[in-house]
Design a protein around this ligand. Sequence first.
Ligand SMILES: [Zn+2]
Length: 287
Amino acid sequence: MEPETEKEPVAVTAFDVNENTVVVARIDLKIAVEKVTQWNRQWIQPSISIRVIKTDFGRLARRYGAIRRRWAEELSIEIGGKRISGTVTREFKKRVKRLREGDRKRDRVNKIAHQLTRDVAILVTENVCKKPQEEMVEGKKSPQLRHRIKQTPMKAVVEKVQDKATERGLRFVLVPAYRNSKICPTHGVELSFPLGPKLGLCPRGHWVHRDVAAVLNMLIKAAERLEPEYAEALKRALSTVDEKALEEWSKAVVDAEAPRPAVLARASLMTPPGEEAVSPAGDRGHL
Ligand SMILES: [Zn+2]
């Protein structure tokens, strides 16, 4: 397909792909640039909003894993007192093929890429290594968790978004991955993680979810790589992010990560990935 020519961006969108979510931070350039260029519109706040796309890749992998283990057990046989796993049987292979796990994953990857490239935005994400999963697996003790993370097609999501961006003539900016989720995006200081790997505590006394920190720090880094008018708009929008916004966004990410009730979880195998818009402080995110 012939790539479209580059269009004037209306937003800068940073995204961070995780086990069960894609966290997206969007800065509305039109409003932000207007604020910079029109002295009489100073009261307009550059719009920055965060939303969480539920992907449930991790949960999906776990569910398929459980099904496969059950079949392996069910189809196992004993020969001469020796137990042989059902995974070697033709029936097992037939059933696994019918699960269409790969198709379902690809389908989700495509839908996420479509959502992220819908408007004319400059897309920003971090420059992950060849196999980001491998890095995440390090230090994770449980073998099930290690397997689940390996099953998460993070690289596939980033590549698909990049492909679609090229197709649509959208700019795609890769920023260094260094410490994006470990630094407070408002105060620029190192976070500690006293309650586990997700919630960071800033020495200034507020909480921020690592994925919220990650997308905002990506935007801070993107500002160094963009033309002055966009960079200025980004900086202004980012300067409006306070502790209250960070905590509200963080809560929204925590909520989105929470497992759904059992019945809904089963239904979600068939339904497209959900999407939840979050705009703390009333209408701030949608000006
Ligand atoms: Zn802070």
